[in-house]
Design a protein around this ligand. Structure first.
Ligand code: BTN
Length: 244
């Protein structure tokens, strides 16, 4: 494991192989990792996504990292950080000329294809923001070849993963602290990058499969949808797919 402190003062621990960076970051958080601390790995043996999905990325080609945050906002507001992390990643990608969109709550897409996924978990007193970003991935397995993309595929450039990691970690940390006092402004930025606005989507709400029209994102970060003529505010939904 290599460790260092970035120019912004963020402590980074870079491993070649771990089970899941979220698990390593959780242990470090319990031991007292400072807010902003980052665990990154070239390869994960048990990288996971939301709803028990598996997150796989060829060794050394992506960025799989988890950042410990210690918010001072009330715990009930922590879900805001899941939304804001997607925005922070999308805005970092814009620096590379990639017009990224956020598919609520926090998948990061380019041209409808997934470039990054985010898994936010928590301990008693910390939030763990886990980010999987397809960086220098040239080819994807056939199962996801039509739905995934990478920075390399979209820009034609190989990226320096360490430099990019530090930019992303700084962006997530500063957006998380802005979310404490400036959430409405960040929501506005999220709305400008919302991949679902005005779309008809299918989704799962618990055990119910629904077809709804997305109206936008509400003041608490909820997804506003129209179903059978009624507007509903969803705080959570699974397997959202754009129909048209
Ligand atoms: C998703 O798209 O469902 C979320 C994927 C999150 C993957 C990242 S990779 C780094 C961190 N460690 C994990 O085990 N998962 C997250």
């Amino acid at each position: 494991m290599k460790s260092w402190r970035s120019a912004d003062g963020i402590e980074v621990r870079w491993y070649s192989l771990v089970d899941s960076t979220n698990d390593v970051a959780r242990l470090w958080a319990v031991e007292g990792a400072a807010s902003g601390s980052v665990v990154v790995a070239d390869e994960q043996t048990a990288g996971r996504g939301r709803r028990g999905a598996v997150w796989v990325c060829p060794a050394g080609e992506g960025l799989a990292f988890s950042q410990v945050l210690r918010p001072s906002m009330p715990r009930a507001l922590w879900p805001r950080l899941a939304l804001i992390a997607g925005l922070a990643v999308a805005k970092t990608l814009e620096k590379y000329g990639v017009a990224a969109e956020v598919k609520w709550p926090n998948d990061v897409l380019f041209d409808g294809k997934k470039m990054a996924g985010i898994l936010v978990e928590s301990t008693d007193d910390a939030v763990i923001v886990g980010v999987g970003l397809n960086v220098n991935v040239a080819d994807f397995p056939v199962e996801i070849a039509d739905t995934a993309t990478s920075l390399l595929r979209e820009t034609g450039q190989e990226m320096d993963r360490r430099f990019l990691l530090e930019q992303l970690a700084q962006s997530i940390q500063s957006h998380a602290s802005r979310a404490e006092r400036d959430f409405p402004e960040l929501l506005e930025q999220l709305r400008e990058r919302c991949a679902l606005g005005g779309k008809r989507v299918s989704l799962w709400l618990g055990n119910e499969a629904l077809m709804v029209d997305v109206m936008g994102i509400g003041a608490r970060g909820e997804l506003l949808v129209e179903r059978d003529g009624n507007i509903e505010a969803l705080m959570q939904a699974d397997q959202i797919r754009i129909i048209r």
